[in-house]
Design a protein around this ligand. Sequence first.
Ligand SMILES: NC(=O)CC[C@H](N)C(=O)O
Length: 222
Amino acid sequence: MKAAVLVFPGSNCDRDLAVAFRNAGADVTMVWHKDSRLPAGTDVVAIPGGFSFGDYLRCGAIAARSPITGSVVDHARRGGYVLGICNGFQVLTETGLLPGALMRNAGLKFLCKSVEMVVGTTASAFTAGYGKGQRVSIPIAHHDGNYVADDRLLARLRDEDRVAFRYVDNPNGSAGDIAGVLSENRRVLGMMPHPERAAEPAHGGTDGAALFRALTGALTPA
Ligand SMILES: NC(=O)CC[C@H](N)C(=O)O
C-alpha cells in the first residue's frame, strides 16, 4: 500500500505520520505542497497536523489552495483514500472534501491533552480495526477544533453513519461531540485527535495504531 504524506510550510506532524504508516507496513513518500502531482500508484493521501502557513486567514485555508491540493481533490473524486489529521482535517473542510467547518475552540484556549473518544462506526477502512462503541484514548493539540455543522448536516451525518469518532467529554464545543467525520463514499476521513501520537508504547498509548493497521491492511493486495 502506498501512502503519500503531504508537507506544507508549518506542518509539524508529517514525520510522525510517516512513521505510523511505515510501522503498519505502508510504503510512504513525502510530498512537498508545491508538487502538483501525487506519486504514481498512491493509495492514500495523508494530510498531517501542524500550522500550515502559520494558520493565517483560517486554519488550512491557504494549504487548500496549494498546487498539490488539486491532485488530492482529483484523487478523492476518483475514489482514492484521504486521511486528514488535525490541520489536515481543517484542510479537508476548506477544500470541501468534507462538510462542516472547524472554528476556534469554545474555551478560546489551545488544548493539548489526551481525550477519550467513542468509535462511532466501524464501516470504513479507517475504523474497521475497532469495535463499534469502543472507547479509545488519543491526544489532541489544537486551538481550532470546534466542529461546526447545522442541524441538517448533523442529522445527515448521523443517518448516513458517517461519524467516525465522538468525544466522550467534549473538549472544544464541537457540534454533536464530533471528533472525526467520513465523506459520503467513506474514503475520506478527517479527525482532530492525533492517532499517530498514540501509535506505539513509547507514546504512552497505542489506541491510534489500529487505524493505520486497518487502513494499510485493507489496501494491501493479498
Ligand atoms: N496540531 C494541529 O494540527 C494544530 C491544528 C491547528 N493549527 C490548530 O491549532 O487548530
